[in-house]
Every structure is written in C-alpha cells, then in structure tokens.
Design a binder for this molecule. Structure first.
Ligand code: NAD
Length: 433
C-alpha cells in the first residue's frame, strides 16, 4: 500500500518505519527541515531502541522516503496518517492547530481519493473537524479515520509490531477493511483490531492514558502514606498486585510521571470535561498529585541539607522521563534541577541519551558528565531520577571513592535499603523505611 505519514516524531517515524518494514511504500513528511535532512542522511533525530536498523534497511531498499513536501507525500499515497503533536494549550486543552493545519494543507494537494488517518491523540470531535475542513477545500472524495496510537517510548517498535490491540474509529466498511489489511501483519497472533465509532475511538486513547496515570498517582500517594506510617510501599505493592483484579503493572511509585503524553492527556481530559459540564475530579487530582510528587525529591534534599544547598554539588543520574528514550518533555528531572538551581546548588547530570536535550534547556547553568561515575566527583549527594538499567548495579566502592559524602536519594527505588546501609550509604527512597 502507498502511505504518507505527516509528522516524523516519536510516533510518526516509528509508524512509518514499521509500515515500510511490512512491505508498504512509505513517505515520511515533516516540516522540520533539520529532521528531514538528518533522516535523508541516514541519521535518526530521536533515540528509540531498534529504530535505526529498521529505518536504515527500509530506506536502503527504497520503501521508506523522507520529504519536507506535504504535496509529494499526499500525491503519492492512498492512506495519509496525521501524527503531528497535540501539546497542551495554556488552558490545558489539546492544541489542535498542527492537526487542523495539516488537514487543510492535505485538502489543497489531493489528486484523488484519500484516506486521512488521525493518529495524533485528539479530543472527541476532532476527526469530524478534520472532515469539515477538508470538505470545505476540495470536491475530491475522501474518508477520515481515527486510529489512536498506544506505543510506549523506549519500547515503541515492539509495541507497534505486537500491539495489544489496534483501535480504528470509522463507520465506513470499505475503509475499515483497508485499515485491517494494513495492520494484519501485526495481529497474526489474534490480538484484536477493534472497529468502533469515531468518538469512542478518540476517547479510548485518553481514557487509557487517564487510567494509567491514575494508577501511578495513586501509588505515589500510597508511598507518601507509607513514609508517614512506617510501612514499606514495596510490600504493599506486592500485596496489592497479586490480586488478579489489580495486577502488578503501573504500581511503581517514583519521582512523578512525565513525558509527552500522560500529563498533557490528563489536562486535555479535564478540559474536555469542563467544556461538556462533566466534573472530572479524579483526573484533576491525578495531575495535582503528580505535580506534588515531582517536588518530593527536591523536598527530601531540602530537609536533609537543612534548607542550605548553596554551593553544594549534587549529581543527578537520569534526565529522560523514562529509560530507553531521550525524551525529557515534562520529566521530573527538570523540576528537580530547577529547584536545586533556585537553592544555589551546583548540579552535574548524566543521562545515557538525554544530556543533549537537557543542554537545550539548562545550557551552561549545569554541568553534563560523560558517564555516570564522572558525575559523582566530589558530589555531596546523588539523586537517581530515571531507572536506566546501567544504574541498577553500579560499582558502589568506586562511587564512595568519588563522592564527597555517601548520600543517595533514589527516586525510583532501584537499590535495596538494607544493602545500602550495610555499604555505608545514607540512603533515601520513595515510600520505604
Ligand atoms: P513529536 O513532537 O515527537 O513529533 C511531531 C512531529 O510533527 C515533529 O517532528 C514536528 O516537526 C512535526 N510537525 C508539526 N507540524 C507539522 C506540519 N504542519 N507538517 C509536518 N510536520 C509537522 O510528537 P510525538 O511524540 O510523535 O506525538 C505525536 C502525537 O502522537 C501526539 O498527539 C501524541 O499525543 C501522540 N502519541 C504520542 C506517543 C508518544 O509516546 N510520544 C504515544 C502515543 C500517542
């Protein structure tokens, strides 16, 4: 099938690469000149495990192309995916300007029947808006389909080629069949392609992210309770997760959730609720709890250092909002660095993939280490913010030799409190004695 993917970011590039890898002819479009130049030059603008190989192979074999020209993408494709960003507007609602602009631009260069697939996460009614915009600009026949994406950064390829389910919102039987054909290589083990009406499809994505974010905020609240009453959140989590109605997933407390999806999607849902006169109290609380949680690590440091961090050297391991990505959008590390700088601390950071993105924000206000041990030189405390696997079993003796004080604040509970004490560290974690 001939496809165009408009927006070559975390979702668009993975989508394009995986569809090309299953034999389709794919053109990835982006209006970011630098991105397209990099991709044409065989360089991948983001870090996503496994993506480089797939992009390289399919580009070499001519199934995957890159262009800045939307017209080129549209004219050469039957199905056009819209995968541009839908960031939060000032009032928390989803900013649809990119989606609607792309829809309008597609209409102006259509040369025959097209299927426009909205893959971006969008509020209910957006596909309808896309339809109206395109219809107002062209007489050529087209269909609009909702097809929200559920991939996780860090495991995006696997999620895309082995989806738990594919959700397709359309009431057009012919379009549904084309979407089923497109996704059929990825659901050979019987995972469902769920065809539903467009509004339900649009809401399914928000509802899924809303529930996952709720689980995290719930556990963060439990962790805070645990600290006060002297319980251990690890034990509570095990006890809860073994209940088959609850399950173990998404029950890990931490430094707060970040990323380009959960915070903005929860805000967007609250905003949809307001517009519709539905009080979304649970969702409002989810983001409030999360904002508070991002302050937990800086507050623990404040208490430990008696409110005096001026001139203290603090090392941070992990900047990305989760391991195996370079994405730092709304990451808890950003709040921590901000707070530490406000208190006059000297901050040195290390992340295996996200140092460069962090430089874009904090410039030379902080130092960027070449590796995790270099970050520790003369540090008076280490804060672990992202649970990259290379941080899980470090050389603790080497760490002690490098650090000025053996103090660790573990925002992801990756170390054992008893072992840390035995090794002579002053150790703080989340929700554990
Ligand atoms: P992104 O910021 O990484 O990528 C968006 C891309 O669109 C950018 O490269 C940008 O240059 C491009 N773009 C913007 N306007 C354009 C235009 N007019 N023409 C061509 N290109 C344009 O965003 P993302 O993380 O890939 O997210 C895209 C959408 O997918 C969002 O709605 C997001 O909520 C949703 N989503 C994201 C994830 C995730 O894990 N990142 C998962 C599921 C769904």
């Amino acid at each position: 099938m001939k496809l165009a993917i408009v927006g070559s970011g975390y979702v668009g590039l993975v989508t394009g690469a995986c569809f090309a890898d299953s034999g389709n002819d794919v053109i990835c479009v982006d209006n970011n000149k630098r991105k397209i130049e990099m991709l044409k030059d065989n360089r991948i603008p983001i870090f996503e495990p496994g993506l480089r190989d797939i992009v390289e192979r399919n580009a070499k074999e001519g199934r995957l192309k890159f262009t800045e020209s939307l017209e080129e993408g549209v004219k050469n494709s039957l199905v056009i995916f819209i995968a541009v960003g839908t960031p939060s507007d000032i009032d928390g609602s989803a900013d649809l300007s990119s989606v609607l602009k792309v829809a309008s631009d597609i209409a102006l260069c259509m040369n025959g029947y097209k299927i426009l697939v909205v893959k971006s996460t969008v509020p209910v009614g957006t596909c309808e808006k896309v339809r109206e915009i395109v219809k107002s600009k062209t007489k050529i026949d087209f269909d609009v389909v909702s097809n929200p994406e559920f991939l996780k950064e860090g495991a995006a390829i696997d999620d895309f080629v082995k989806p738990d389910r594919v959700v397709v919102g359309t009431d057009n039987v012919r379009t549904a069949e084309i979407m089923k054909e497109l996704y059929s290589p990825f659901v050979r083990t019987g995972n469902p392609i769920i065809i539903m009406d467009q509004k339900s499809s649009e809401l399914t994505k928000y509802a899924s992210n809303g529930l996952l974010a709720t689980k995290i905020s719930f556990m963060n609240e439990m962790a805070r309770l645990c600290e006060k009453v002297g319980a251990n959140v690890d034990m509570v989590r095990m006890g809860m997760g073994s209940d088959s109605r609850i399950g173990y997933q998404f029950l890990f407390p931490g430094a707060g959730f970040g990323g380009s999806c959960f915070p903005k999607d929860v805000r967007a849902m609250v905003s949809i609720g307001k517009q519709q006169g539905v009080n979304t109290k649970v969702l409002e609380a989810v983001n409030i709890v999360n904002e508070d949680q991002k302050k937990v690590l800086p507050n623990k440091l404040k208490i430990y250092f008696n409110n005096n961090l001026k001139g203290k050297k603090i090392a941070i391991w992990g900047l990305a909002f989760k391991p195996k990505t370079d994405d730092i959008r709304e990451a808890p590390s950003l709040v921590l660095i901000d707070e530490l700088l406000k208190m006059g601390a000297k901050v040195t950071v290390y992340d295996p993939e996200a140092n460069q993105n962090c430089k874009g924000i904090f410039k030379d206000k902080i130092e960027y280490a070449e590796n995790n041990y270099d970050a520790l030189r003369d540090a008076e405390a280490l804060v672990v913010v992202t649970e990259w696997s290379q941080f899980r079993r470090p050389d603790f003796d080497r760490m002690k030799n490098l650090m000025k004080e053996n103090v660790i604040f573990d925002g992801r509970n990756i170390y054992n409190p008893i072992e840390m004490k035995e090794m002579g560290f002053t150790y703080f974690s989340i929700g554990r004695p």
